[in-house]
Write a protein that binds this ligand. Structure first.
Ligand code: ADP
Length: 187
């Protein structure tokens, strides 16, 4: 009979921001986690930093101001998605603590869950991985302003989770984030 059924509880959404140096493992963990969450029947979306810079943040550079604008835009979209039950994974460097805090504050204001994961791979490991060749180009003098080398990276002081990837497998790192989301009542 209409009106007597239990109200279907909506899935809780959340923003999961993976911050860390270039080649730390943010994208790899986010992609694998998104796959696992989807396989479990959850809606998961990944806001890829390069795609965002091509579309949403086209024209922005890498000054402190532009990096902050980029992070606030991503945070805005992430919060919207998360508020509709999507687990929104954001593998984006976000080097400045005040930028990240502003995103967290916006989520708090809107009553949307926000989880910060510091992918804390040391720069010595990241520069050997050098997935996009950025460390080599910086060393050769072809580019400057590389986060963690000649541009600031303010490591989170109190992230919700800190993972070093240098001595763990990708599935182990994914499991650590998954466990955190479960503990927070988000899965
Ligand atoms: P980022 O998105 O932080 O710039 P990527 O995920 O693109 O970094 O690249 C990380 C590289 O490190 C990939 O080549 C990945 O295979 C490798 N890697 C090795 N171990 C791990 C791990 N435990 N977690 C994530 N990435 C890892």
């Amino acid at each position: 009979m209409a009106g007597t059924g239990a109200v279907r509880r909506a899935d809780p959404g959340a923003t999961v921001w993976l911050t860390g140096l270039p080649s730390a493992g943010k994208t790899t963990i986010a992609r694998a986690l998104a796959g696992r969450l989807r396989a479990e029947g959850r809606r998961a979306e990944l806001l890829d930093g390069d795609e965002i810079r091509t579309f949403l943040s086209a024209g922005l550079g890498f000054s402190r101001k532009d990096r902050d604008i980029n992070v606030q835009r991503i945070g805005f979209v992430a919060q919207l998605l998360a508020s509709h039950g999507v687990l929104t994974l954001v593998p984006v460097i976000a080097p400045y603590a005040d930028s990240r805090e502003a995103v967290r504050a916006r989520h708090r204001l809107e009553g949307t869950a926000y989880v910060e994961v510091h992918v804390a791979t040391p720069v010595e490991v990241c520069s050997v991985r050098d997935v996009k060749g950025l460390y080599a180009r910086q060393a050769a003098g072809a580019i400057s302003g590389l986060t963690g080398v000649d541009d600031p990276y303010e490591a989170p002081v109190a992230p919700d989770l800190r993972i070093g990837t240098q001595d763990r497998t990708v599935p182990e790192c994914v499991a650590a984030v998954h466990t955190l989301l479960t503990e927070r009542g988000l899965l």
